[in-house]
Design a binder for this molecule. Structure first.
Ligand SMILES: [Fe+2]
Ligand SMILES: [Fe+2]
Length: 134
């Protein structure tokens, strides 16, 4: 049965694909797709996943950091949203700032947050919250 880690990792892959597209075609439409997907993904994590981790003292700092990262990526995306896509900086900004930021965040989650969560959340719980995501 699918766990929350499977669901979130699959979403990370979807975001990476969309981001790749946005970097290639440099269109606002693609950026908006990235935004829609990341907003939904982060909202799910903030509502279903992080609160459970936050209850554990040892994970408190990690979760605080994750929330901070989310805030930063929302800022980056809204900055891009306000820019004109014909701006010559548009593509390089999408590429550098957005990709770097989101990529870094995904790495951190998959390599630090998930293993730490697996230590404190039972397999049952990890499956139960996966169901709530659907
Ligand atoms: Fe996240
Ligand atoms: Fe994530």
């Amino acid at each position: 049965m699918e766990t929350i880690y499977d669901v979130l990792s699959a979403e990370h892959d979807q975001v990476a694909d969309l981001l790749q597209q946005a970097t290639c075609n440099g269109s606002r439409e693609s950026l908006l797709k990235v935004k829609a997907k990341t907003d939904l993904h982060m909202a799910g994590e903030e509502k279903l996943f992080y609160p459970l981790l936050q209850q554990k003292d040892e994970l408190c700092d990690l979760v605080k950091h994750a929330f901070k990262e989310h805030k930063e990526s929302k800022t980056v995306i809204s900055e891009l949203e306000r820019m004109d896509e014909s701006d010559h900086n548009w593509t390089s900004k999408v590429e550098k700032r957005n990709e770097k930021k989101i990529d870094h965040q995904v790495q951190e989650e998959e390599n630090k947050v998930f293993p730490a969560a697996q230590k404190v959340l039972s397999q049952d719980k990890a499956q139960e919250i996966a169901q709530q995501c659907l």
